[in-house]
Structure formats: structure tokens, C-alpha cells
Design a protein around this ligand. Structure first.
Ligand code: HEC
Length: 452
């Protein structure tokens, strides 16, 4: 019992420190499951092209620098060939980024918005930074000829773009980390302090390695295509060597993930961990093992056979990526489960309060506080006379102001009339109010005589 009580008070403390805003009381535009599938799938497609863009830029820089140092024209050509793919992948990354942004905004409106607001300036800086990086990529791609004799400048243009590409993911990473940790919202003071969240850096390196792994595999395929005239393009470079090189990049990066991955998992805030999620992640990682074994075999096997198992390797690694993407979603969902319940409760309370207030505003007559101030005579009037008499206009019978003027201070005569009305005016006669007792008669007469 004691332990339970402790846990309970710890939870209470956490809840007290954690802001629980109310959500927009609007239904989702699509079934939640469909939105989740859309989010996971569109994010994976987006991040795949981001990986290719980033990895492509990095390898372009590497091979161009290598060509410059080794004075080998072929590496220069190779870097240009890679650069050509990078700008296309970049466009795909941007276009494919719209869907996950929209779906995450719909599914996690409150969380996403808060994380954006807390990293405000840096978050909005993504736009100019990305624009500059993209322009630098194009500037670099289109000045291969013009800057042929000024390699350091040409390399510097790309290095600047790569530098920006190295920085921009940090903004996204702090953002998604912040979004799943509402308990940190009150402590975080902008982007730099959010960078210190324990999980940001391991995830960053995880992303960089993923980029290299994916790009290695992509370039392996790109240069092995039948339609690609390799011999016609390069003089000294051998396709086999290049294939080995790209395989090695994928292999090295993937092996590194086996070190970085567990660190990412261990630095994740505990509350989002679940056996389900860990099982999904471990399954994903296991599927990559046969792929790595195949790559290893192909690197060290017969030169003529290199690439035969490529479809298998690509398939296995694709499954790894799908499992990782799903595990990532599970982690986020579990992390936010409790908080989402609290938010839902708060939103519901708010909705009820609004409804209550609306009802009250629409029916002021039924306000109980007003009934309480009615005098006993007025209550008799409300219940017995109102159908035929108003205070200052003639309905079925004359107005009570008129009656008051007739009877002045003659309460006894007034009571007598009400008990046994006569016939004075044209039209209907007044029915005798025999249901009233003496007190009620006196009360209503008193009240009529106060009207002037
Ligand atoms: C069914 C309709 C009806 C109801 C209910 C009714 N009255 Fe009347 N009342 C009349 C009519 C009609 C007259 C006019 C009668 C006439 O001129 O002869 C009248 C006239 C009166 C007058 C004027 C008498 C006068 O000397 O001119 C008073 C006072 C009065 N009513 C009081 C009451 C009170 C108090 C009640 C409730 C306890 C009440 N009435 C309920 C229809 C009604």
C-alpha cells in the first residue's frame, strides 16, 4: 500500500508540474488509425529522401575533395554525378515532407504546436536555412565548369550547404523531443536549452548514420543500372571498386547503428518504453542482420557476382526501416498516453462548462435567484392571475395598476372582489378565486395595492 501511495503522490507531483492545456474540441477529419498509417508511411518516405539528400551532399563533398587532393579527374566526375541526384532527392524530400507535417499537426495539434512555440525563433529559422542550403546546392552543381580552376571556392560552397544540413536536423530533433515531453515544457527556455534534452544527440548520430547507410545503397544501385554508361563516363575508376565502396559505406553505417541504437533506446525517457515497442525495434534490427551478412559476403566474394543479392539486401533493410518507423510511432504514442487522457478530461470539462454557461444565458427567467426574491403576493399572482392580468396593460381583465387605483387602501374590498368577483366591464367575467385561502388573498391584495 505504501508503495502505491508513493507512486500516486509522485504521479500527482508530475501532473502538477506538467502543464495540461485543453485541446481544440474538434473531431479528427479522418479515422485516427488512418491518420496514424498516413503519418508513419509519409514520414518514412520523407525521411528516406532527406537521408539521400544529406548523404548525397556529404559524399559529393567527400569525393570532390578526394579528387582535388589526389588530382584525379574521375573523382571530380563522380562527385558531379552524385550531386545531380542530390538536388532531385532534395526536391522529393521537401514535397514529401508536407504530408507528415500536416498529419502530425492534426493528430498531435497541441503537442506539435507547443514544441514549435517553445523553440520559436529556431523553428521558423528552418525556412531561411533550408532555402539557403538548397540555393547553395544548386550554385555548387551549376558551377562545376566555371569554378574548375578554383576548387577551394567550389568546395567551400558545398561545405557550407553540408554545414547547414548538419545543423538543421538538430532543430527538428529538439522539436520532436520536446513534443513528447510535456513535463519539460516549463523548464525549457528556447532551442539551446532544448538541445540539452538527453535524447537529442544520440538520435542525431542515429540519423546521420542512417543517411550514410541509405545513400550507400542508393548509389550502389544508381551506378550499377544497365542504362548507366559507366565506362563511357569514367577513365580510371572501376565499377567494381565503386560498388565495394558503396557497400562498405552502408555496411559501416549499419554496424555503427548497432552501437548508437541501444544508446538512443537507453536515453529515451522511460515513460514511453513498452515491451511492444522494444519488440518492434529489436525485430527491425534483427532483419538487418542477414542484409549485413550478404553485404559482407558480396564485398569479399567473387567480383563478377557482386550485386546479385542486392534485391534481398534492399528488401531486408527496407523492412528494418519500416519497423523502426513504426517503433518510433509506438514510443511517441505510449509517451503521450497519460497526458492525452488528462488533456481529454480537461477539454471535456471545458466543453461542459461552456454548454452550462450557454444554457444559463439563454434562459434568464428560470434563474432560481430571481424566484427567491419574489414576494408572497407576487407568487400568488404568478400562479393564479397572470393568465388574465398584466401589471400595466389590459389583457382579459384590467391591469393591476388600474385595480390599485380603484381600491387605493381598501384591502378588504379588494379581497372580497377576488374571492367573489362582480361584473363591471363588457366582455368576460372574472372567475371566483376560490382556491385561495385567506392568507393568499391578503398577500396578493397587499401586493396589488403597492403597485402605483
Ligand atoms: C380567467 C381570467 C381571470 C383570472 C384568472 C383572474 N381574473 Fe381578475 N378579472 C378578470 C376579468 C375578465 C375582469 C373584469 C371583470 C369585470 O369587469 O367585470 C377582472 C377584474 C379584476 C379586478 C378588477 C376589479 C374591479 O373592481 O374592477 C381585480 C382587482 C382582479 N380581477 C383581480 C384578480 C386577481 C387578484 C386574480 C388572481 C388571484 C385574478 N383577478 C384572476 C379575469 C380574470
Amino acid at each position: 500500500m505504501n508503495i502505491l501511495a508513493n507512486i500516486f503522490s509522485a504521479c500527482l507531483l508530475l501532473v502538477q508540474q506538467t502543464p495540461v492545456p485543453k485541446d481544440l474540441p474538434l473531431p479528427l477529419p479522418l479515422p485516427e488509425e488512418l491518420l496514424v498509417v498516413l503519418l508513419v508511411v509519409s514520414f518514412l518516405v520523407h525521411i528516406l529522401f532527406v537521408n539521400l539528400m544529406f548523404g548525397g551532399a556529404l559524399l559529393t563533398l567527400f569525393f570532390e575533395a578526394l579528387g582535388y587532393v589526389k588530382k584525379n579527374e574521375d573523382y571530380d566526375k563522380l562527385s558531379l554525378e552524385i550531386a545531380k541526384t542530390t538536388t532531385v532527392n532534395k526536391s522529393m524530400a521537401v514535397v514529401m515532407g508536407v504530408a507528415p507535417l500536416l498529419t502530425i499537426n492534426t493528430l498531435y495539434t497541441l503537442y506539435f504546436y507547443t514544441a514549435n512555440a517553445l523553440t520559436g525563433l529556431m523553428w521558423i529559422m528552418i525556412i531561411p536555412l533550408v532555402i539557403v542550403a538548397f540555393l547553395l546546392l544548386y550554385a555548387h552543381k551549376y558551377t562545376y565548369e566555371a569554378l574548375r580552376h578554383n576548387k577551394p571556392l567550389h568546395l567551400a560552397i558545398l561545405a557550407l550547404a553540408v554545414g547547414l544540413f548538419l545543423f538543421i536536423p538538430l532543430i527538428f530533433l529538439t522539436n520532436i523531443n520536446l513534443m513528447i515531453q510535456p513535463d519539460k515544457w516549463l523548464m525549457v527556455k528556447g532551442f539551446v536549452s532544448a538541445l540539452g534534452l538527453p535524447n537529442v544527440w544520440p538520435r542525431y548520430f542515429h540519423f546521420i548514420m542512417a543517411s550514410l547507410g541509405v545513400t550507400g545503397l542508393f548509389l550502389f544501385w544508381w551506378f550499377s543500372r544497365r542504362a548507366y554508361d559507366f565506362e563511357g563516363t569514367f577513365n580510371t575508376l572501376k565499377l567494381y571498386d565503386l560498388k565495394k565502396r558503396f557497400y562498405s559505406i552502408t555496411f559501416g553505417a549499419s554496424v555503427a547503428q548497432f552501437l548508437i541504437g541501444p544508446i538512443v533506446l537507453l536515453t529515451l525517457p522511460e515513460k514511453g518504453l513498452s515491451w511492444h515497442m522494444i519488440l518492434v525495434i529489436v525485430t527491425g534490427a534483427s532483419i538487418s542482420i542477414p542484409a549485413l551478412v550478404y553485404i559482407w559476403k558480396e564485398i569479399n566474394g567473387e567480383p563478377a557476382k557482386i550485386g546479385r543479392r542486392f534485391p534481398w539486401i534492399a528488401t531486408c533493410l527496407s523492412f528494418t526501416v519500416i519497423f523502426m518507423g513504426y517503433g518510433r510511432h509506438l514510443y511517441r504514442a505510449t509517451s503521450l498516453e497519460t497526458h492525452q487522457k488528462l488533456v481529454k478530461q480537461k477539454t471535456e470539462e471545458y466543453r461542459l462548462a461552456v454548454e452550462e454557461a450557454r444554457k444559463e444565458a439563454l434562459s434568464p427567467q428560470k434563474d432560481t435567484t430571481q424566484v427567491a426574491v419574489l414576494s408572497p403576493g407576487q407568487v400568488v399572482y404568478e400562479n393564479n392571475c397572470k393568465a388574465c392580468h398584466a401589471l400595466d396593460q389590459t389583457l382579459v381583465g384590467p391591469s393591476f395598476k388600474e385595480a390599485a387605483a380603484i381600491y387605493k387602501n381598501d384591502k378588504a374590498s379588494l379581497m372580497a372582489w377576488i374571492k367573489k368577483p362582480g361584473k363591471k366591464r363588457e366582455g368576460a367575467a372574472m372567475p371566483a378565486q376560490t382556491q385561495l385561502n385567506e392568507k393568499e388573498l391578503g398577500d396578493v391584495a397587499d401586493w396589488i395595492l403597492t403597485l402605483k
